[in-house]
Design a protein around this ligand. Structure first.
Ligand code: 13P
Length: 256
């Protein structure tokens, strides 16, 4: 049985005051929630502050981050390394988010290097994959997600997916309110798991596959009731303690 993982990607949102308010609220909301890993990915600048607040809440929340470099130190101006993230207490690191693939021109191969470097440093990659609206309409969803996963398999080997997380985020569903139906998401998740199973059944069986894209308290349970949807990567709704907690509770309830 896979333990669900619900992760909040705060993206470029936050201030010292906001971090304090959101995490104090979340600590209270999730104190009694069992059976789900609840992860937050604040902007890198606020991870240290968040770590202190997570500790105050009894470490019920797990700390993550939104990106990493592929070096641990050196002349790489502006970057943040796995070693630094680990030093601050972050374990679950988002890579390959469509916003980075698009605005920073990150290639499948570059994302695969990040995946490998996170594993090397003992961190958990949260690999985002997903198709654009045009690719979806052209019936290319399976081809796109296969290509994105194959880049990692080719670079790191299938065993690298042991303990890793995949987040299926159709780009057209991100921040649009136009979420994929639970049925469509389940179909793609089952395809992703079967694609991995072609290389290793054991790896496919344990890998966490989250859905992301306009997940809200109102639609969360319907996703989690599907066998191959093991959690969610949440953007907008993770910025409010009550809505993010409601999504985490829905995952715990559905997978209990
Ligand atoms: P929204 O939940 O705001 O659609 O964002 C999803 C996302 O991109 C999480 O990484």
């Amino acid at each position: 049985m896979r333990r669900p993982v619900v992760m909040g990607n705060w993206k470029l949102n936050g201030s010292k005051a906001m971090v304090t308010e959101l995490l104090n609220g979340l600590n209270t909301e999730v104190a009694a929630v069992e059976g789900v890993d609840i992860v937050i990915a604040p902007p890198a600048l606020y991870i240290d502050q968040a770590a202190g607040l997570v500790k105050e809440g009894g470490n019920k929340l797990i700390l993550g981050a939104q990106n990493t470099d592929i070096h641990n130190s050196g002349a790489f101006t502006g970057d943040v390394s796995p070693e630094m993230l680990k030093d601050l207490g972050a374990s679950h690191i988002i890579i390959g988010h469509s916003e980075r693939r698009e605005y920073h021109e990150e290639s499948d191969e570059f994302v695969a290097k990040k995946f490998a470097f996170l594993k090397e440093n003992g961190l958990t990659p949260v690999l985002c994959i997903g198709e654009s609206e045009a690719q979806n309409e052209a019936g290319e969803t399976e081809a796109v997600v296969s290509r994105q996963i194959d880049a990692v398999i080719n670079h790191c080997g299938i065993e690298a997916f042991n303990g890793a997380i995949i987040a299926y985020e159709p780009i057209w569903a991100i921040g649009t309110g136009k979420a994929a139906t639970a049925e469509d998401a389940q179909r793609v998740h089952a395809f992703i798991r079967a694609h991995i199973a072609k290389h290793s059944k054991d790896v496919a069986e344990q890998v966490i596959i989250q859905y992301g894209g306009s997940v809200k308290p109102e639609n969360a349970l319907a996703y989690f009731q599907n066998p191959d949807i093991d959690g969610a990567l949440v953007g907008g709704a993770s910025l409010k303690a009550d809505s993010f907690a409601a999504i985490a509770k829905a995952a715990a309830e559905a997978k209990a």
